[in-house]
Design a protein around this ligand. Sequence first.
Ligand SMILES: Nc1ncnc2c1ncn2[C@@H]1O[C@H](COP(=O)(O)OP(=O)(O)O)[C@@H](O)[C@H]1O
Ligand SMILES: [Mg+2]
Length: 370
Amino acid sequence: MNLQVGKPVTGDELIGREKEIRTIKDLLKAGQSVVLIAPRRFGKTSVLFEVMQELKKEHWFTCYVDLFSVPTLFSLAERITEGVLSNTRLSRLFRKFKDNVVELARQLQIKQEFEGTEFVLGFAQKDPESWQLLEQSIEFIDSYSGKKNARVLAAFDEFGDIKKLDGDRITKLFRSKMQVQKHTAYMFTGSYETVMNNIFIKENAPFYRFARIIRLGYIDFQPFFKYLTHKLEKEGVPYKEATLKRILKTTRGHPYYTQLFLQEYMLIYKVSEKNTLPSFHKIMEHVLLSEQNYLEQFWQSLSSSKEERIIVMKLAEKNASLYSSINRKDINVARGIKSLTGKGVIIKQNEKYLLADPLLEIWIQKYVLR
Ligand SMILES: Nc1ncnc2c1ncn2[C@@H]1O[C@H](COP(=O)(O)OP(=O)(O)O)[C@@H](O)[C@H]1O
Ligand SMILES: [Mg+2]
């Protein structure tokens, strides 16, 4: 069975993001940087990878850094440099000798491409100057590509995580460098509205008006339905259209959960004895089981604020009006909504607030509200 849920998807496996991808590519080609905002698991990394792949085919350089997995300033600089070098053969050399100044210098000297990359020797120094290396690595993105006559897409995934390092100082440094670069377009992604707001949107934000904001929503019914039927047919798994429609109605086209339902569907079918079709309820049971830890933790992360918890519960109940159903002096609904939106827990769709995570809604109905 060929379906790994959780890994970013590209190419034929990437469903329903054509419009966003076209817009992003057009902007990047026009030299406009882009920031992609959506809650976790909405498919940001997938869109980012797809854009990178497509631009690579058009001979762009790319440099990808996932801030989530970057522990220190030094490693941020290192990842950027490695990312830039990954477009040419120098990257192998760098990885191999980066802990050995003498050897790295010797190796670099015999390469014609050496010019302009001398700063990488700083990575092998005993007491590396992290700030200086970061500054040089950001400059390097543009200078190296320029030297090679290529345009470059520098992609920073989960950029909001920059705040775990010296966020303010780093974003200021980025800003000052990026402004003067000629060959580089930047793409950022982030899960937390508030954090991204503070970096990109607020008037005094360091990247104010620097990048165009694109938001990802749920995936449309039609393309996702077609994908589900194709996938099942390819695997030789029979289905009832009604079950697939019910799945999509439940997930609302949330990419991660839809894939998870599909995966559970196929797994249940393959172990079922007389090849009976899995019922919707059975699939749901399995999905809830596999997401149990995640959902419990998510719920607990809200427990520090009674206000937020109550609003989330009311939303899960699908009450017509939050304001009239929460009639308590100690709950400030507007404030709660703002903070939950900022965390990406709720989103606004057709003028109505929703829990962004459709399974959290079901989980709350099942385990909290009863
Ligand atoms: N456009 C899409 N079409 C199909 N599946 C998708 C799509 N986007 C995301 N997915 C599914 O959702 C999962 C999470 O996607 P990912 O890109 O990692 O999200 P994010 O970076 O927003 O957390 C992927 O592993 C994949 O199974
Ligand atoms: Mg991601």
